[in-house]
Design a protein around this ligand. Structure first.
Ligand SMILES: *[C@@H]1O[C@H](CO)[C@@H](O)[C@H](O)[C@H]1NC(C)=O
Length: 115
């Protein structure tokens, strides 16, 4: 699990140049996955799809890490529009490439209970 997180960090580091992934905070060490979602919407010809993703911690835990990976490695983009690291909620705005579907793998990480 820890190794996987490290691998994700490395991979996301490589794509920084033309990055459509978003990895912020800590997604590898001393954190647990609080929420995972396959965020998918079908393509609309000639249009970009713009969708919001919202997560709010049911226990009001501050978010430690956020990871949103573009499964298609397309020219989609993703931004944090509210909340984020240190907040118990986050709002993401995700935009597809024109005429393409949206497919993101989203993970929200928080501290484990025993810390
Ligand atoms: C995110 O922000 C960048 C820079 O401001 C912008 O070019 C991009 O279109 C934004 N993406 C979304 C999904 O809003």
């Amino acid at each position: 699990m820890r190794l996987l997180g490290l691998l994700v960090l490395i991979v996301s580091g490589v794509c920084l140049v033309n990055c459509t992934h978003l990895v912020v905070g800590n997604v590898a060490d001393r954190v647990v996955l609080a929420h995972h979602e396959d965020f998918e919407y079908n393509a609309m010809p000639f249009f970009k799809r713009i969708k919001s993703f919202f997560y709010s911690s049911p226990t009001n835990k501050p978010i430690r890490g956020i990871q949103a990976l573009d499964n298609d490695h397309s020219k989609a983009s993703v931004n944090i529009t509210a909340g984020g690291i240190g907040y118990p909620f986050v709002n993401l705005r995700i935009k597809s490439e024109r005429g393409s579907r949206l497919s993101y793998d989203i993970g929200i990480y928080v501290s484990p209970d025993f810390i």
